[in-house]
Design a protein around this ligand. Structure first.
Ligand SMILES: [Zn+2]
Length: 78
Protein backbone atom coordinates (compact mmCIF):
# COMPACT_ATOMS: atom_id res chain seq x y z
CA UNK A 1 0.00 0.00 0.00
CA UNK A 2 1.30 3.44 -0.87
CA UNK A 3 2.37 5.61 2.04
CA UNK A 4 0.88 8.58 0.21
CA UNK A 5 -2.60 7.17 0.68
CA UNK A 6 -4.45 8.64 3.62
CA UNK A 7 -5.17 5.92 6.13
CA UNK A 8 -8.35 5.22 8.02
CA UNK A 9 -8.20 6.26 11.65
CA UNK A 10 -9.47 3.48 13.92
CA UNK A 11 -10.70 3.98 17.47
CA UNK A 12 -11.88 1.04 19.52
CA UNK A 13 -13.49 1.87 22.82
CA UNK A 14 -13.77 -1.30 24.82
CA UNK A 15 -12.43 -4.81 25.06
CA UNK A 16 -9.88 -3.50 22.66
CA UNK A 17 -7.66 -6.48 22.00
CA UNK A 18 -10.37 -9.04 21.38
CA UNK A 19 -12.35 -6.77 19.11
CA UNK A 20 -9.25 -5.61 17.28
CA UNK A 21 -8.28 -9.20 16.65
CA UNK A 22 -11.71 -10.16 15.35
CA UNK A 23 -12.14 -7.07 13.26
CA UNK A 24 -8.67 -6.75 11.83
CA UNK A 25 -9.41 -8.28 8.42
CA UNK A 26 -12.68 -6.40 8.07
CA UNK A 27 -11.15 -3.08 9.04
CA UNK A 28 -8.38 -3.64 6.52
CA UNK A 29 -10.98 -4.24 3.83
CA UNK A 30 -12.95 -1.18 4.91
CA UNK A 31 -9.78 0.91 4.83
CA UNK A 32 -9.24 -0.07 1.20
CA UNK A 33 -12.66 1.11 0.08
CA UNK A 34 -12.79 4.17 -2.12
CA UNK A 35 -15.88 6.24 -2.72
CA UNK A 36 -17.03 5.86 -6.31
CA UNK A 37 -18.22 9.43 -6.42
CA UNK A 38 -15.44 11.26 -4.55
CA UNK A 39 -12.51 8.83 -4.80
CA UNK A 40 -11.86 9.11 -1.09
CA UNK A 41 -11.20 6.42 1.50
CA UNK A 42 -13.00 6.20 4.81
CA UNK A 43 -11.60 8.91 7.09
CA UNK A 44 -12.23 7.29 10.45
CA UNK A 45 -14.21 4.70 12.33
CA UNK A 46 -15.11 4.38 16.00
CA UNK A 47 -16.06 0.96 17.33
CA UNK A 48 -18.11 1.51 20.46
CA UNK A 49 -18.75 -1.99 21.58
CA UNK A 50 -19.76 -5.46 20.79
CA UNK A 51 -23.05 -7.01 21.78
CA UNK A 52 -24.39 -10.41 20.85
CA UNK A 53 -21.92 -10.69 18.01
CA UNK A 54 -22.78 -7.30 16.49
CA UNK A 55 -20.45 -4.36 16.41
CA UNK A 56 -21.61 -0.84 17.06
CA UNK A 57 -19.64 1.38 14.70
CA UNK A 58 -19.60 5.06 13.82
CA UNK A 59 -18.02 6.14 10.57
CA UNK A 60 -16.54 9.36 9.25
CA UNK A 61 -16.83 9.36 5.46
CA UNK A 62 -17.31 11.79 2.60
CA UNK A 63 -20.84 10.55 2.03
CA UNK A 64 -23.55 8.10 2.97
CA UNK A 65 -22.82 5.62 0.18
CA UNK A 66 -19.27 5.00 1.34
CA UNK A 67 -20.40 4.72 4.95
CA UNK A 68 -22.92 2.04 4.01
CA UNK A 69 -20.29 -0.01 2.19
CA UNK A 70 -17.89 0.17 5.11
CA UNK A 71 -20.56 -0.58 7.70
CA UNK A 72 -21.72 -3.58 5.70
CA UNK A 73 -18.24 -5.10 5.85
CA UNK A 74 -17.82 -4.64 9.57
CA UNK A 75 -21.39 -5.39 10.61
CA UNK A 76 -21.48 -9.01 9.56
CA UNK A 77 -22.15 -11.21 12.53
CA UNK A 78 -19.33 -13.24 13.99
ZN1 LIG B 1 -18.23 10.10 -1.28
Amino acid sequence: MSTLEPTMRITIDERGLLIRERLRDRLERAAQLRCEEHGKPVAAVVINGWENGWFDSRWTTCCEALEQQAAAIVKQRC
